[in-house]
Design a binder for this molecule. Structure first.
Ligand code: HAM
Length: 425
């Protein structure tokens, strides 16, 4: 038997009803905040990610699905292509490629779609997973660097999670400063780690060499006391970065968006500058980050684009759904009416009636003429129908239908001309 590949999974009904409900809700919210959808390809030139996300990151060094495309001509070199592990680099590439900076305004873009990382699969971690993300990017003259953008994005996320019905989320906030701040901080970390790193886990020993910031991410209990004594990023921010972060915090407080500062939150992508954040949820276990994001003021320039500071986030949709389900969220979309033909020759009449209902906007499921009434009732219950409409010979002759409310058990006769109105009640 051929099975779905490790780390990938099929999404089936009724779960997909919950996925669709969440997606419809977030599209509505994005529109309210004046974001528009962007759709970029699912694979890109590998260099986009090695340069954009960073050669030293886990994503680029270990987790990408990359292959060599066949050269089209002998003279051509084969191109390396990669299934996108994230979508910010693709959005910024598209921004540059289409000269969106020339519009002079902020671009507020959102996307919903699959991403691919070769990670060790576990609950909440898949090799094909889905992100709902958004980016605000534009020239500084359009206000792209303003702390108000950070606050706007974070406030939107708080509203979004509230409106999809997620309870008890928490926002972890940090500032990683600008590139120079981080260089100084990295140097300080290296120096502080040097005398103690031999007491730490193998991962920390490697990271102390390649990317000392990642040491802060270590979960090993024995390493925690050492990590607690390491220098703090906040002491290495320059004055403008410090002021920017203070403004973001002030605005969040004015907006009543609760947050906690977490100086150990280092995001796994190299493009971040200044504000970084994650929203976590207790119902998720080890993979507790429902979403992550932050500023990337230098990303466009590092991809040979114009100066175009930006900020954005990506929600792990799989995790958002898991978190909603952990709260007991019910996925199934209910159908309003179940049309039950009863007796030979009634299928056509039932189809016609169902067509009338459906075209009038009433959702309807349909039975089969040779089913006994008992079976039709069972199917109607299973479909979660509010009403069952019986289409038997007598009903067809009189153009009046027996309608039973499945919740209350009450039954009435409703003329065809009043049926839509009755079912809508
Ligand atoms: P990220 O933190 O790598 O950021 O991913 C964002 C979210 O995607 C995570 O918080 C998590 O919920 C979900 N996620 C990541 N990997 C997996 C996986 N293997 N399985 C299931 N869910 C996963 C980014 O991707 C940035 N592009 C976010 C961003 C946008 N920053 C600025 N703009």
């Amino acid at each position: 038997m051929i099975k779905a590949v490790r780390g990938t999974r099929d999404l089936l009904p009724p779960d997909t009803d919950l996925w669709n409900r969440v997606e419809a809700k977030v599209r509505d919210i994005f529109a309210r905040y004046s974001f528009h959808e962007i759709r970029t390809p699912i694979f890109e030139d590998t260099q986009l990610f090695s340069r954009g996300v960073g050669e030293e990151t886990d994503i680029v060094s270990k987790e990408m699905f990359t292959w060599e495309d066949k050269a089209r001509a002998q003279s051509e070199k084969a191109q390396l292509l990669t299934l996108r592990p994230e979508n910010t680099a693709g959005v910024v590439r598209a921004y540059i490629e289409h000269g969106l900076d020339r519009q002079g305004t902020l671009q507020k873009l959102y996307y919903i779609g699959p991403q691919f990382r070769r990670e060790r699969p576990q609950k909440g971690r898949y090799r094909q997973f889905y992100q709902i993300g958004a980016e605000i990017i534009g020239p500084p003259s359009a206000g792209s660097e303003s702390p108000a953008r950070d606050a706007e994005v974070l406030e939107m996320l708080a509203t979004l999670l509230d409106e999809v019905g997620l309870r008890d989320w928490s926002l972890q906030l940090n500032s990683v400063g600008c590139a120079e701040d981080r260089a100084r901080y990295n140097k300080a970390l290296r120096e502080a780690l040097q005398p103690v790193v031999h007491q730490m886990c193998a991962d920390c020993q490697r990271r102390a060499e390649t990317n000392p910031l990642r040491v802060l991410d270590c979960k090993h209990p024995e390493d925690q006391p050492i990590i607690e004594r390491l220098p703090k990023i906040s002491d290495y921010l320059d004055q403008p970065c410090r002021e920017h972060f203070a403004q973001v915090r002030k605005m969040l407080e004015a907006l009543n968006v609760p947050y906690a500062i977490n100086e150990r939150m280092v995001r796994g992508l190299d493009y971040y500058t200044r504000t970084t954040f994650e929203f976590t949820h207790g119902g998720l276990g080890a993979q507790s980050a429902v979403l992550g994001g932050g500023r990337y003021d230098g990303l466009s320039e590092s991809l040979d684009g114009p100066k175009a500071p930006g900020i954005g986030f990506a929600i792990g949709e799989d995790r958002l759904i898991l978190a909603l389900q952990s709260q007991g969220e019910q996925p199934a979309e209910k159908v309003q009416a179940f049309v039950a033909p009863l007796g030979l020759g009634t299928n056509g009449h039932a189809l016609t009636l169902a067509r009338e209902l459906r075209r009038a906007g009433v959702s309807a499921d349909l039975g089969e003429e040779n089913f006994r009434l008992k079976k039709s009732f069972e199917l109607a219950e299973k479909a979660g129908a509010q009403y069952i409409v019986i289409v038997g010979e007598n009903e067809v002759a009189s153009d009046t239908f027996a309608v039973k409310n499945l919740a209350t058990g009450g039954q009435v006769q409703v003329p065809r001309s009043q049926l839509v109105e009755y079912l809508r009640k």
